[in-house]
Design a binder for this molecule. Structure first.
Ligand code: SAH
Ligand code: SF4
Ligand code: F3S
Length: 439
């Protein structure tokens, strides 16, 4: 029997899909590359923006015909979208061919739900439950990188964001459990560990024995062997000097920080409930660059939050130039039902949002180009991550600072560290050649 998983959304979901795959493999399903050939199709969904959600509904709808032709095929909808209030009912009514609907914290029920569905019993479970990471045998797909959850959920309630409602309250995994998982991954040959949480810097605040994010980073970075340690996402209000110092003291921790700013206007940040000002943010960037001169900083930015004036937006453009991000994920604000910003006055017309995002992208593009140009002629250590399928015999990997580099090399080199000389920069991607290989 075969399975096919459609994964939408962030790294959190990509990693959850590895747990889903693990459960399905325990049930003797094998991965396949075409949805049409699958005996079970999973939609691991995202609802961060309306566009994401609409696309997913469209894709689920398209399965109706397939299910008619293969009545024994099972369809599962899980992830953030199904956790939203009323959505399970909506799916049941509009897409009655869906067999299983699970919320974000119900993955531990998937095994039984599939066994029941094989006997034609539907399952809907969207109550928050606490599951134990250790209960899953994961089927990882991102070698040489391995994702590791350190905390779940979010307590920040930024006024635009649906995540706290669909991922529940923040809870940290015990440090010892994380360390056991990481040791096993390193023993299995993984070369890069990426710690995952909506707000990694608040890791441990709910644990009894004072374990915090810097202690966690240190205890992983002190493990033997050559590997890279990355983490995401950092909330600017919680990224401490201590964490910056730990990154600087341990070479295994990559000088790469994803630090979403959202807006460059203090007034918009206040209404977003981000709990820092423009000045706080810029001074944090300054502290980071002082300690980590080669750091790559990336960000998330939103345009068109309710009430955003032309001046607020220009403050964002100005901040982008000052912060010098190596890249930025730029989004048009999307109204999410159930969040405070949904009912704020002065929602911004779509044409204005469109115009602003175009200007923002152009502005960031200029910054990225400048940073890329400065890298030409220099050498960087790169971890070979996988094939670039658009070009023959071409592999890609990232510098410690997180920049993607393409270079000619053998596919068997995946998982090795090489030194690459940067020769060319095409917008966001760099091209180079290997000058030394790992011994
Ligand atoms: N926990 C992370 C972000 C998770 S969501 C953090 O706090 O930074 C990823 C990104 O999606 C956010 O940083 C934000 O830029 C964007 N986003 C969240 N809600 C959004 C909305 N309603 N409309 C548009 N973009 C949104
Ligand atoms: Fe959403 Fe804010 Fe939590 Fe990030 S910190 S997940 S943006 S509420
Ligand atoms: Fe991620 Fe989307 Fe959920 S961004 S946490 S999958 S709403």
């Amino acid at each position: 029997m075969k399975y096919y998983i459609n994964t939408y959304g962030c790294q959190m979901n990509i990693h959850d899909s590895e747990k889903i795959a693990g459960i399905l493999e325990e049930l003797n399903y094998h991965a396949c590359s075409k949805q049409e050939e699958a005996d079970i199709v999973v939609f691991n969904t995202c609802c961060i923006r309306e566009t994401a959600e609409q696309k997913i509904y469209g894709h689920i709808g398209m399965l109706k015909k397939l299910k008619q032709a293969h009545p024994n095929m099972l369809v599962v909808v899980c992830g953030c979208m199904s956790q939203q209030e009323g959505v399970a009912d909506k799916i049941r009514t509009s897409y009655p061919f869906v067999d299983i609907i699970l919320g974000t914290s119900n993955l531990n029920s998937l095994k039984q739900a599939v066994l029941d569905a094989q006997r034609r019993k539907c399952c809907v479970k969207v109550d928050f439950e606490l599951y134990n990471e250790e209960d899953f045998v994961q089927s990882r797909t991102s070698y040489p990188n391995a994702w590791v959850n350190i905390n779940y959920g979010c307590n920040n309630f930024c006024t635009y964001c649906i995540v706290p409602y669909v991922r529940g309250r923040e809870r940290s995994r015990p440090l010892a459990d994380i360390l056991t998982e990481v040791k096993k991954l390193l023993a299995d040959g993984y070369k890069e560990i990426t710690l995952l949480g909506q707000n990694v810097n608040s890791y441990g605040h709910d644990l009894p024995n004072g374990e915090d994010f810097s202690a966690l980073l240190k205890s992983i970075a002190e493990l033997d062997g050559k590997f890279r340690l990355r983490f995401m996402t950092s909330h600017p209000k919680d990224l401490s000097q201590e964490v910056i110092d730990v990154i600087a003291s341990y070479p295994k921790i990559c000088d790469n920080i994803h630090l979403p700013v959202q807006s460059g206007s203090t007034e918009i940040l206040r209404r977003m409930n981000r709990r820092y000002t423009r000045e706080d943010y810029l001074s944090l960037i300054c502290k980071i660059r002082t300690k980590l001169p080669n750091v790559g900083i990336t960000t998330d930015i939103m345009v068109g939050f309710p009430g955003e004036t032309e001046q607020d937006f220009e403050d964002t453009l100005d901040l982008v130039q000052k912060a010098r991000y190596s890249s930025a994920f730029c989004f048009i604000y999307s109204r999410r039902k159930g969040t405070p910003a949904y009912s704020m006055e002065n929602q911004i017309p779509y044409e204005v949002k469109r115009e602003r995002i175009t200007r923002l992208l152009a502005c960031q593009n200029d910054v990225t180009k400048q940073i890329s140009a400065e890298m030409i002629g220099k050498q960087f250590e790169v971890l070979v991550e996988g094939a670039n399928n658009h070009y023959k015999n071409t592999m890609c990997g990232r510098t410690e600072s997180g920049r993607l580099v393409n270079f000619k090399c053998d596919e068997q080199m995946t998982g090795q560290f090489v030194t690459v000389l940067i020769e060319q920069a095409k917008s966001a991607t760099l091209w180079g050649k290997i000058v030394t290989e790992e011994e």
